[in-house]
Design a protein around this ligand. Structure first.
Ligand code: NQM
Length: 374
């Protein structure tokens, strides 16, 4: 039984999850067939179109995201969360990565939709991240047994404050590649640049900013305008992706590339991240967990640039909008715990109407409001 309306509407909740924004759906409200589902989601988001003008996407990879949530059949787990990254100007839908930011909204969404009964003041929801098989526990306030979004927690990259969502991860190592160090080495040389390829929730290629001719403190527009740097990052990630066992990653959203530099704001390390070629406005959650894990390792790129906080203190991963504090306990061979605090907010709940199937798209040479493209 799905909640779709006779005129093609689909029940949808728009939420901010951490520093990202996405459309949250109950799985039964979307087609079971992945190809049909993806086609519907592209038409909902308004992809492909750099402005996503005919859909609800926000014209950036960080706002062109989808969470599909369903009750879990796994013992000890409440809900399954499938993350889908939709392209903006390319008609792509990828399930090859996780998203720790949208994850922040999954617990409150599960309560809103009645999949999980809220506790009296706080609720913990055990979430299986379908993309990687890992499990996360989200704990958040539920005053009056309802999801509560107001609170005093600030996160860099989001104005104001909101209720904290504590995320504790299990089994993040090797999320997409099967190994914490997917090339089998703590350091590799690609294109003459030393890199550490790591996957503690997100496959990331870590390189020293200085080795790519930048400081690592540039602004997002400054890095975005650097065509030559983008080409070098693409070349690095294509080769590193193959070494990481990810195959041809030309059209894939992973691996990400993070350039690291010494911290300037009391944190562990300073970062600038490419997702995979757009410059991230801050840094992804699991991306930050992976980078922090890498720089904790002896011999890894960035290890000598990092400043370790006193034991027990959160590690600040500095990024263009501030810092993301992560908890990572790494004993030299395996990860003991990993977690972050995020916030999330319900923005809109209702029915979304997809662009009809088969309507010419702006990117079609014959179609779109601007007519044939040159
Ligand atoms: O790394 C962006 C984001 C992400 C992913 C990306 C994320 C994560 O900021 O867990 O959250 O790396 O494409 O939402």
């Amino acid at each position: 039984m799905n909640g779709r309306t006779p005129d093609g509407g689909v029940p949808c909740m728009l939420m901010r999850g951490g520093t990202s924004k996405g459309a949250y759906f109950l799985a039964p409200d979307l087609p079971d067939d992945p190809a049909e589902r993806d086609d519907l989601l592209l038409r909902i988001m308004g992809t492909p179109d750099p402005r996503q003008i005919d859909g609800i996407g926000g014209a950036h990879p960080l706002t062109s995201k989808v969470a599909v949530v369903s009750p879990s059949e796994r013992p000890g787990v409440d809900v399954d969360y499938l993350f889908l990254q939709l392209g903006v100007d390319e008609p792509t839908v990828s399930d090859r990565q996780n998203c720790g930011n949208l994850l922040a909204g999954v617990g409150p969404f599960a309560v809103e939709r009645g999949l999980v009964r809220a506790g009296r003041d706080r609720t913990s929801v055990r979430i299986r991240m379908v993309n990687s098989g890992g499990v996360a526990t989200a704990t958040f306030p539920t005053p009056g047994r309802a999801a509560g979004y107001g609170g005093a927690t600030a996160i860099s990259g989001v104005p104001g404050t909101a209720a904290p969502v504590d995320l504790a991860f299990e089994d993040t190592a090797g999320s997409a590649t099967g190994a914490l160090l997917p090339t089998g080495n703590v350091r590799d040389v690609v294109d003459g640049v030393e890199v550490t390829c790591v996957d503690n929730g997100m496959p990331v290629v870590v390189a020293a900013a200085g080795d790519l001719g930048v400081t690592g403190y540039e602004s997002v527009p400054g890095l975005a305008a650097d065509e030559r740097l983008r080409e070098r990052v693409q070349s690095l990630r294509l080769q590193a992706g193959a070494l990481m066992g990810l195959g041809d990653v030309a059209g894939a959203s992973v691996p990400k590339t993070t350039l690291v530099a010494p911290p300037r704001d009391g944190g562990l390390i300073c970062t600038r991240t490419f997702i995979p070629l757009r410059v991230h406005a801050s840094i992804g959650v699991l991306g930050a967990v992976s980078v922090a894990t890498a720089v904790l390792m002896d011999g890894a790129v960035g290890h000598d640039l990092a400043r370790l906080p006193p034991p027990g203190e959160a590690m600040g991963v500095e990024h263009p909008a501030g810092r993301l504090d992560v908890r990572v306990e790494f004993d030299g061979t395996s990860i003991r715990t990993a977690g972050v605090v995020r916030t999330a907010r319900k923005l809109f709940d209702g029915t979304v109407f997809p662009r009809p199937a088969g309507v010419p798209r702006p990117a079609d040479p014959q179609g779109g409001p601007d007519g044939p493209r040159p």
